[in-house]
Design a protein around this ligand. Structure first.
Ligand code: FES
Length: 269
């Protein structure tokens, strides 16, 4: 029996062309609006350079304060090598770490490729270009720094956890006496670190680390239980990504508005 072949030409769909009848455009639109709102706020807040401290609270955008004017600064005020044309803010030193961690996150990549580059806008929807960039050549090969950003971001997360501890056990700046107390701000900062931990420990790269480069999961370097925990968090990675993005922005806003006298921090005990 002979088999005949008929060449078929696949037509490249026009931008936005699709046979789908559902509201496929809602998800990329929501992602576009959500990420744009956060980017505008975070950029504005990072350049303010003030109102990032209130009582025992430190805004997560400004922690750790590597260089800066406050008593929390690790290495003193603005370094002499800081370019004169660039406004100084302690946040500009630390924010690139979580920014690159999120920018290179596997979930966010899929989301912003669709929402900002329409590449493609959604599954089976025509895209505006016919070439395929891929992630194995410049510039997108730089996305591979994600695993390194994970290590650095873990250090930043530990510092944020310590900030929550210091917001519970805080020292009086004049007498040095240590007090214990919890306010609404403490709960806001604590919730933020819980959600950031869920996001970071559910990272795909963390799964590779927990599973290790072995054929049998029972030989995973951190043990099967650790691998299962990371996998469990990873299943809801999108939820952790969005909720932690919201709380990190809200934590800065809370500290900022309390510091400006717009909001009052309610002490619970
Ligand atoms: Fe999302 Fe690593 S894949 S944080």
């Amino acid at each position: 029996m002979s088999i005949s072949t008929v060449p078929v030409r696949l037509a490249h769909p026009r931008f936005g062309e699709t046979g789908r009848r559902d509201a496929w455009w809602i998800q990329p639109l929501v992602v576009f609006l959500g990420l744009s709102t956060f980017l505008v706020y975070a950029t504005w807040a990072a350049f303010q350079g003030d109102h990032y401290l209130y009582g025992p609270y430190v805004s997560p955008f400004y922690s750790p304060e590597v260089f800066g004017p406050s008593a929390h600064s690790w290495f003193g005020p603005k370094p002499a090598v800081w370019p004169a044309w660039l406004p100084f803010s302690p946040a500009l030193i630390i924010l690139p770490i979580p920014a690159f961690f999120r920018l290179t996150c596997y979930y966010y990549r899929g989301a912003y490729y669709k929402a900002f580059w329409a590449d493609p806008p959604s599954c089976t929807v025509g895209e505006p270009r016919s070439s395929y960039w891929g992630e194995n050549s410049f510039p997108l090969i730089l996305q591979n720094i994600h695993r390194y950003m994970l290590f650095i971001s873990t250090g930043v997360l530990l510092i944020l956890l310590f900030d929550v501890w210091k917001a519970v056990w805080f020292a009086d700046p004049t007498t040095g006496a240590v007090s214990f107390g919890v306010g609404i701000g403490t709960l806001v900062l604590a919730l933020n670190t819980v959600l950031l931990s869920g996001y970071l420990f559910g990272c795909h790269s963390m799964r590779h680390i927990a599973g290790g480069c072995v054929d049998q999961l029972s030989r995973a370097p951190l043990g099967l239980r650790a691998y299962s925990c990371v996998t469990c968090l990873n299943r809801r990675h999108m939820v952790w990504a969005w909720t932690s993005l919201f709380t990190v922005g809200f934590s800065d806003l809370y500290v900022r508005l309390c510091s400006m006298g717009v909001w009052s921090d309610l002490r619970i005990f």
